[in-house]
Design a protein around this ligand. Sequence first.
Ligand code: ADP
Length: 475
Amino acid sequence: MEIFHIGAECYPVAKVGGLADVVGALPKYQNNSEHIVRVVIPHYDTAFIKENKFDCVHSGFVKLGNFNFPFTVQKEKKDNLGFELYLVEIPDLFDRKDIYGYEDDIERFLSFQIATLDWISTRNEVPDIINCHDHHTGLIPFMMLYANKYEKLRKTPTVITIHNSIYQGQFGFNKLYYLPDFDLSKVNFLEWNDKINSLASAIKCASAVTTVSPNYLNEINNSAYGLESLFNLARHKSKGILNGIDLEVWNPKTDKMLSTNYSTRNFEKGKQVNKEKLCYQFDLDPTKPLFSFIGRLLEEKGADLLPHIAALALSENFKQINFLFLGSGNTEIENQLSHLLASFKGNYNFFIGYNEELAHQIYAASDFLLMPSRIEPCGLNQMYAMHYGTIPIVRRTGGLKDTVIDIGDNGNGICHDQASIVDVCFSIQRAVNLYKDKKSLNKIRRKGMNTDHSWESVSLEYIEIYNLTIIKNEI
Ligand code: ADP
């Protein structure tokens, strides 16, 4: 079958978080002799795009209300990523450094969706399935069903994959005229709480809804930033599918970003070499357990707790542990984490920003990875950590609950129930005790490294959903 994945991010082309990892990996594992997989994202000003060659396969004008933006569709020449990559270039809107965070994000992503459908609907072939990712592509199912100019795509089933339901792409009805002409009697398929809500519209219109873990699907039926009742209504066509990890990118045996590679056979030594290098770089003591955090510094991730956790744990433990944090986001959290540098020199360090290479090195060098998330639809960090022999310390929520079982229950990590300073510090104390018992520590590390989180079987679950939607559409 011919499958389109449409999203805002795709690793290694453009990445902010886990969405990119999924859109860069799932298609690769679906692309085989049976399926042709094409990925479409906007053309940003990123290093990958500058360094690779593209052919222009389509050009046109995207109409957004009274505006007309010229656009082209560029195909990456060599299919270097293991699937066909297409970039929609709309110079005024997307040739910018950052992926999100602009005042005109609604206009940007709506133009992207319209340009993508303009192009797809002018091709000779009609795709078998369109898999949209998150709210940035959430109006595609509606437009395919009801916009006059996409008549040709009416019968193509759509899947919306929800990576995070906090972000919904809402805007006022004063911008309704941005949409291409459509059957006005269907306007209710756009609406949620008196606004146009891209994610809600996708849930209403898509043939199937997937979330990135089974437990997250359960959670959003109770609490989903106002969309819970809609998720309940869509339950019959929804499925939670746990993300995989791309072992071509995340593999301690082959990872070129590490100081030394290692496997389950020599991980103790391999991790120590990586730890010594990183500790030297960040002025930490490699004989002490290293606790790390990697991620967006937001309340959603429990990142507001980190400064307090570090301060409390370092005084309680009389400096017997190290912390290394990597991330950026909320300025107040960034400032609080920076302020700790002076007080806990030698035991604490913090790198503000986004750094892919450093992230790989931290997964390899750390003993424990903190994830005190309030919300975690799937979470990839805990899976990367385990695969690199690092033990995750997680709050039982979303996909963390699906993937991490407490060592007290013969599991692979340390779990707590509350996103609170006390709960996390208690877990850190348990980790310090575990660290002293090398035999148990290594047993759990080995268990994590041996857990199968590969995309192979996961990608088949998506194909199964596609097949079901195609059959339903034919009936
Ligand atoms: P989310 O998508 O909610 O941010 P995930 O756990 O699904 O969280 O995925 C996070 C991805 O982003 C991982 O690949 C992680 O290593 C990466 N990441 C997050 N913050 C940073 C950072 N500051 N530098 C490098 N990589 C980061």
